[in-house]
Each structure stands twice: as structure tokens, then as C-alpha cells.
Design a binder for this molecule. Structure first.
Ligand SMILES: Nc1ncnc2c1ncn2[C@@H]1O[C@H](COP(=O)(O)OP(=O)(O)OP(=O)(O)O)[C@@H](O)[C@H]1O
Ligand SMILES: Nc1nc2c(ncn2[C@@H]2O[C@H](COP(=O)(O)O)[C@@H](O)[C@H]2O)c(=O)[nH]1
Length: 219
């Protein structure tokens, strides 16, 4: 475990798994990108998916785009930390990069659905911090999917149909943010991450550090 907290001698921090979920179009990809841009130490988990690439998406950056056969092999070889069927495609989190980052005391950011969140939480209940993003209204959600202009009308209709089901899982999350103004929502996401990083139980070696401060006071 590397020093990932204050950087004071002997105080180190366990990496945490920071999960953003939402109905499609509520803004988690946007918020994830903003967070990674401003927090270089945060590692974004790049998922594998069988969904077709959207215009502008880059293999290995946005997703690892794989066919069904390769995805099955990843599942069977235990290469995925979690996986799920979402909107008629399969999505999963490659295990190795996440485990390496956590072992190095780095925080990892996940943009995954409620099924994946449930799987991560059951494996690592103390390390997962989950945030659910809600849209301010159904009209705004649909508008955002159209404005993004990356999915066909059919795909957008399908995602809107499933939004209610996705939202029904909000109560399994630690934090809820209504993403109306993106700047305000981003501030909220950052505050949650910072507060969770500072939780006492995530900081290893505090007792020794405080003992040393006390010893210096006794001199
Ligand atoms: N607060 C906001 N106000 C207006 N537009 C927004 C806001 N947040 C995000 N958007 C826009 O909405 C669209 C959908 O956002 P984004 O792709 O981040 O959603 P998502 O939750 O990641 O969706 P998916 O699950 O389909 O990947 C994008 O065009 C984004 O720029
Ligand atoms: N359980 C998982 N869900 C994932 C993963 N990667 C992405 N997702 C979720 O899928 C939908 C659709 O994403 P899109 O890029 O096609 O719009 C969205 O809810 C993502 O959060 C994953 O590895 N596991």
C-alpha cells in the first residue's frame, strides 16, 4: 500500500472504489471525465463491452470493444471483476488493472450500472463508495440523449424505457446527486470523493502518527 492520503510519515491510505451509476444520459460519463481531468491520481477503470463503438470513441480509452466470443472467454478465465447485460449488450470490468491500482493505494473510478455496483460491493464492502446520478426531469434526460447525438432514435427509446428500472435502484447507493447544473453536480462529486478519502478507517497508521505527535509534546 502506497501513501495516498496526506503524505505524512507512516500514514497511508487504502485505495477506494468510487462508483458512478445513473440512467443512460443523466451525465455520469461527463462527470467521470471531469473528475479524472482534475484528479490525475484517480484511475478510470476502462470496461470491456460487446456494444458497437460510437463515433469518436477510442478502443482502449473509452472501452475495450470486444466480440461476444472474447467476452465469454474473459468471463470464463475470471478476467472480469464484475459483468452484466445492459441494454442488450454485455459490459464488464477487467480485473487486473483495478487490482494493481488498489494494491498501489490508488483510487479507481467506475462508470458501471447497478448490477455491477452490487457485485463490487459484495466483494469489497468496505472499499466501495457509490454515487447515483439522477436527471432533473425526464424531459431533460431525453433531451440529453438526443443532444449527445450518438445513438439512434430506436436506441434512445430503448434506453428511456429502461430508465425507470435503473432509477429504482437508487436506494442501494451511498450518495444521490441530481445533475441539473453540471458545475454544481461536479462540486458535489468532488466533495464526496474527498470526504471518503479522509475517512478515519481508510487511513492506516494514524495511531502511530498520533502517538509520535504526543511523544513530541512530552519532550
Ligand atoms: N447538467 C447537464 N446539463 C446539460 N447537459 C448535460 C448535463 N450533464 C451532462 N449533459 C450532457 O448530456 C449528455 C449525456 O451525458 P453522458 O454521456 O455523460 O451521460 P451518461 O450518464 O454517461 O450516459 P450513458 O449511460 O448512456 O453512457 C451529454 O451530451 C452531456 O454533455
Ligand atoms: N456492470 C457494468 N456496467 C457497465 C460497465 N461499463 C459500462 N456500464 C454501464 O452500461 C451502461 C451503458 O453504457 P454506454 O456506454 O453504452 O452508454 C451504462 O449504465 C454504464 O454505466 C461495466 O463494466 N460493467
Amino acid at each position: 500500500m502506497a501513501a495516498g492520503g496526506h503524505g505524512f510519515d507512516g500514514v497511508e491510505r487504502r485505495g477506494l472504489m468510487f462508483v458512478l451509476s445513473s440512467p443512460s444520459g443523466a451525465g455520469k460519463t461527463t462527470l467521470s471525465r471531469m473528475l479524472v481531468a482534475e484528479t490525475p491520481a484517480l484511475k478510470m477503470s476502462v470496461s470491456a463491452t460487446t456494444r458497437p463503438k460510437r463515433p469518436g470513441e477510442v478502443d482502449g480509452k473509452d472501452y475495450f470493444f470486444v466480440d461476444q466470443k472474447r467476452f465469454d472467454a474473459m468471463v470464463n478465465n475470471g478476467e472480469l471483476l464484475e459483468w452484466a447485460n445492459v441494454f442488450d449488450n454485455r459490459y464488464g470490468t477487467p480485473r487486473a488493472p483495478v487490482e494493481a491500482a488498489l494494491a498501489a493505494g490508488q483510487d479507481v473510478l467506475f462508470d458501471i450500472d447497478w448490477q455491477g455496483t452490487q457485485q463490487l460491493r459484495s466483494r469489497s464492502p468496505n472499499d466501495v463508495v457509490s454515487v447515483f446520478i439522477l436527471p432533473p426531469s425526464v424531459t431533460a434526460l431525453e433531451q440529453r440523449l438526443h443532444t449527445r447525438a450518438q445513438d439512434s432514435d430506436d436506441v434512445i427509446r430503448g434506453r428511456m424505457r429502461k430508465a425507470g428500472d435503473e432509477m429504482s435502484h437508487f436506494d442501494a447507493y451511498d450518495y444521490i446527486i441530481v445533475n441539473d447544473n453540471i458545475g454544481i453536480a461536479f462540486e458535489a462529486v468532488k466533495s464526496i470523493l474527498r470526504a471518503e478519502q479522509l475517512k478515519r478507517e481508510r487511513q492506516v497508521g494514524l495511531s502511530g502518527f498520533v502517538r509520535e505527535l504526543q511523544r513530541q509534546l512530552e519532550k
